[in-house]
Design a protein around this ligand. Structure first.
Ligand code: FAD
Length: 325
């Protein structure tokens, strides 16, 4: 039986979906190692403690809360010091982070402080004997590597959507702790956060993503993609790099190797060829639907459902059908 640590991401006083998923992934490891406890670390500005009950709902036995005005924004140095101190004190078998932009910055810092192994960007986790086996895409997703970590603590970061947050109510006992390093004293500070997608559903949080490529021909035709996204009610709009390079959509919409990595329940690719660099950002989506007029387009190799046809005919018909459903 082993206890497992989870680092919980929050923004603007709210726990992010990635944070809930980190707790669920930790729960999965704890259950597979004989039912140990999950200890979550939740840090933010004063008031963040109110979010602790959400972590209990997905399997946290203990929530360590750090409240500090200096943690209203991400503070790498202070959070890395605090997480490392907690992991050291807790003697955990594993420590789970999110493979988000923030988690990819934080987890190596913590691993370096602890001189512990880190398996990044997990898409599947299993406990096999003494080892925690982490599967993760390598070489832009051409192969899936399996890392078996026998050392403790095993640090890992989990790709968004890889371990969906599951209801699993636990006590969620709250303990307030102090930051191990003063947030105000960090050498690096976030001075401003500009939200590229203000008011829109974040790509990482969306259950459904409708993404458009160069097959849409012109920026104004993205309204077809937006209308299809609207018809689902809760969908976000994404794009290929060809599109963001053209300036048709903001860079924050880009999905792929040099954009966002997403794993929604449903990914609809509209006029996208399926270049390897695009697939690197979306191939782990649960269900992929592709619309392309070229039946040889590589996107069809990863698609669960493929529609060979003209986006200008198919997408409006699909939008109507989804609205009517
Ligand atoms: P295209 O490849 O031009 O494909 C357009 C598709 O639309 C074609 O398959 C065509 O058959 C179809 N089409 C055309 N008209 C219609 C129609 N009327 N109806 C239906 N289908 C139609 N790309 C990314 O997306 N994300 C990344 O993060 C990324 N990072 C990269 C990093 C590096 C280092 C490099 C070298 C490249 C990267 N790229 C990335 C670019 C990538 O290689 C491709 O160029 C890009 O993904 C292609 O975008 P696309 O599918 O929109 O365009």
């Amino acid at each position: 039986m082993a206890n497992v640590f989870a680092f919980v991401e929050s923004r603007g006083g709210d726990v992010r979906k990635a944070g809930l998923e980190a707790v669920s992934a930790a729960r999965q490891i704890a259950d597979q190692t004989g039912g140990g406890e999950v200890h979550a670390l939740l840090a933010g500005a004063p008031g963040i403690a109110a979010q602790a009950s959400r972590l209990a709902e997905v399997g946290a036995d203990v929530v360590y809360v750090v409240e500090h005005a200096g943690l209203a924004q991400y503070d790498a140095e202070s959070l890395a010091a605090t997480a490392a101190e907690r992991i050291r004190a807790g003697g955990y078998r594993a420590a789970v982070f999110s493979a988000t932009a923030q988690g990819k910055d934080l987890s190596p810092r913590v691993a370096a402080k602890l001189r512990a192994p880190l398996a990044p960007d997990a898409t599947a986790i299993a406990v096999e004997g003494d080892a925690i086996v982490v599967r993760h895409p390598m070489y832009t997703g051409k192969v899936i590597g399996a890392l078996a970590i026998t050392a403790s603590p095993a640090l890992l970061s989990v790709r968004l959507g890889a371990v969906p947050a599951q209801p699993n109510a636990k006590a969620g006992r709250v303990e307030t702790i102090q930051p191990a390093a003063d947030p105000g004293a960090s050498k690096v500070r976030v001075v401003e956060l500009r939200e590229g997608n203000k008011g829109k559903i974040d790509l990482g949080e969306a259950a459904v993503i409708v993404a458009g490529g160069r097959g849409l021909k012109a920026p104004e035709n993205f309204k077809l993609v937006e209308e299809l996204a609207d018809s689902f009610g809760n969908a976000a709009v994404g794009a290929t790099r060809a599109v963001t390079d053209e300036g048709w959509r903001p860079h924050s919409d880009q999905i792929g190797q040099t954009g966002r990595v997403v794993s929604p329940e449903l990914y609809v690719a509209v006029g996208i060829s399926g270049a390897i660099q695009h697939l690197a950002g979306m191939r782990t989506s649960k269900t992929i639907v592709a619309i392309n007029k070229d039946k040889e387009a590589p996107i069809f190799k990863v698609a669960d459902y493929g529609i060979v046809g003209d986006v200008f005919e198919i997408v409006p018909a699909l939008t109507q059908a989804v609205r009517a459903a």
